[in-house]
Design a protein around this ligand. Sequence first.
Ligand code: SAH
Length: 511
Amino acid sequence: MDKEKIKHNRKGKVWLVGAGPGDYRLLTLKARDVIEAADVVVYDALVGSSILSLIPEEAEKIYVGKRSGLHTMKQSEINKLLLEKAQQGLKVVRLKGGDPFVFGRGGEELELLKKNGIPYEVVPGVTSAFAVPAYAGIPVTHRDHCSSVHVVTGHRRKDHTYDIDFAALAEAGGTIVFLMGISSLPVLMNGLMGGGIDPETPAAVIEKGTTAAQRIISSTVEGLAEAAKKAKVVMPAIIVVGEVAALSEDFSWLEDLPLAGVRAVVTRPRELSSGLAKMLREKGAEAIELPTIRIEAAEENPVIDEAIKGLRKSGYEWVVFTSPSGVRVFMDRLLEKYDLRMLAYCSIAAIGKGTERELLKYGIRPDMIPTVYDGRTLGAQLAVLLRKGDRVLIPRARLGNPELVEELSRVRGVHIDDVTTYDTKYVTQEWFDADTEFDDPHTFALFTSASTVRGFVNAYKGMNFRKVRAVCIGKQTAAEAKRCGMGVCVSDEATLESLCVKLEEVSKAVK
Ligand code: SAH
């Protein structure tokens, strides 16, 4: 982290935060607020990628979980790390899966802070113990079936013994939820049967609950170990034992959503990605916001300043927008000094629905949108409306599509000002390991412009792009993805809705 970021005159603080079991929308509002304000985030393996995406770009991200065989950072080292960062005056978020106090060693992490007078807050999270069964359609309590629920760790002590009173659990007759129990599954089930539980009692394993990879393996106490082995269950997974475990068959619901089981990587710039991500999540997909480009407005831009000034004197008959970012950058500049009345004298063209939507946010309804949302069609259809002597302003990205200007130039006596208002910069999200993530056949990359494809390729240079299943808006975007070797399909229309429909279609093929 930059030396200048370390503010010695400010007292540091630690937030011990639960990230929930995986689903982005199970994060609490408070957790989101503190993550977005963090200087440092210390996180481990159970925190979902979609949540990591919320960490500010400039914040330091420290992973302390297991990675390809290497062992986790020791607990004492984590404790020390939190203390050191807080002593540097930083806002430290310690982000943990589920709830930090439910088998999360959260208590231990506070001890050293308390001893050293570091202020802290605890932000509870949605625990996997209850949320994962719920996502599998299992109510952990039910008046007809049980009157208690017991959350138990299946973790062994240092001497390899278990600290579980199986007879007492069997006697209580409530629902039992085991966390960290997968590697000990046979021992746990035998223990329960030894303690007197009926071997025919329903039991289930739920793997990667609340994520796109969620799987439910239903059986009985006697049969569960074998069933889990056959299904090749991997971590993280929980075990639910009790009559309620059988209700999953009737009550499971996640699988019924149209995009259940799909992980969609959204590569649009940050300020545009949340709308698409929300749409995907509402359809049941796990959406990961992974911006691969950033829009950078030119700071000094005398050409556009002159053009804006000229609008008032009816300097242009048409202003043409070719992307939502183009609208935003232009309007921000205009509104710095003037107001909407500057546009009263000209007509407005927009390349498509997204651009129209952005214009509407500023209270502007475009006068024309082409029937097909691409540069050539926009140029050809606008050309028909132009008259000799008309002046056209195109405020847009550097190196914009040449076809638009080509088409407009066919009209004689028309003056075109094609003005660069922003640059597209590539960004890399180092917390996302694209090479491994795309091994999973349920993961798709969504590209809404050729520049997002180039940004992705730039960020993950070393990887095999043939693994990437790309769902694209527009021919140009698709051509760029193809050129890089990706497996490509294109939405029927250049809209986000159509992109979601296409994703649904192609994901069905791999289900
Ligand atoms: N503090 C966490 C639990 C940490 S212990 C919480 O409140 O959820 C780690 C165990 O949690 C894992 O071994 C697994 O049993 C369970 N777990 C966490 N996330 C899970 C998920 N998405 N699906 C299934 N089990 C999960």
